[in-house]
Design a protein around this ligand. Structure first.
Ligand code: ZN
Ligand code: ZN
Length: 236
């Protein structure tokens, strides 16, 4: 049985305080009232169940994107990743990469129904479980560039014109992610995925999104596995 280390350095989705590990005991979710055996509790005593945390994260991603007029998917991703509902390593990156790209694409002149596209990205992002990078060799942030490209080009398994490009954007992104090596970092892989997807979209569809000249990671101190100088975004 493969175990994935629980990621702390997380914020409480209810109040933003640090979440810590306490004794395993029955706890009541402050959002839905459901009871579960868990060790995670915030410094203010809140326990939030996984389902409520994921729902809150989906809501934070949707609300940031739907209100935004930004053409810059990296800026958008940074504001979402700073939200208290998103953990350092979190399967919600599988939704947020596509959502930030879709929003910046729309704001850069792409012709899509943003509300429907964001809801679709949330649904498809949930297909990829946490840890899939190391467990199946497919980083979920890279897969999320495929979700983005599929949604904006309306690609399906039956498509011909855009089927190849939808797979190629993921292959391209994965190659870039893999060539840096692990361990996992949802932030590093989000930046690489978005940068690659913006290049690819400009090349294939002629829509140019904005990206910052330099990306400096704000999350290294929350990541016990940070590869530091080996990461192109490490601030030092
Ligand atoms: Zn709390
Ligand atoms: Zn709950």
């Amino acid at each position: 049985m493969v175990s994935i280390r629980n990621d702390l350095n997380a914020m409480c989705p209810e109040c933003g305080a640090l979440v810590t590990l306490d004794a395993l005991q029955q706890r009541e979710c402050v959002k839905c009232g459901k009871k579960a055996f868990d060790r995670e509790v915030c410094e203010n005593g809140h326990f939030v169940c996984d389902e409520c945390r994921r729902r809150a994260a989906s809501k934070a991603i949707y609300e940031t994107c739907i209100k935004s007029d930004s053409k810059n998917p990296i800026d958008l991703a940074l504001s979402v990743m700073k939200d208290k509902t998103i953990r350092m390593h979190d399967l919600k990156h599988h939704t947020l990469v596509a959502s930030c790209l879709i929003t910046a694409y729309k704001n850069s002149g792409g012709d899509i129904d943003l509300d429907a596209a964001l809801r679709d990205a949330d649904k498809r992002g949930a297909w990829f479980p946490g840890g899939i990078c190391g467990l199946a060799g497919t980083c979920g942030a890279a897969a999320s560039t495929g979700i983005f490209y599929s949604i904006i080009t309306k690609t399906t398994p039956h498509s011909e014109a855009t089927w190849s490009d939808t797979n190629m954007i993921v292959a391209d992104t994965l190659t870039k992610i893999a060539s840096i090596n692990g361990p996992r970092c949802c932030k590093r892989n989000t930046f690489i995925s978005i940068l690659n997807a913006t290049d690819y979209t400009e090349k294939k569809l002629g829509i140019k999104m904005e990206v910052p000249e330099k990306i400096e990671c704000l999350f290294s101190n929350r990541n016990d596995e940070c590869i530091k100088e080996k990461c192109p975004f490490y601030k030092g």
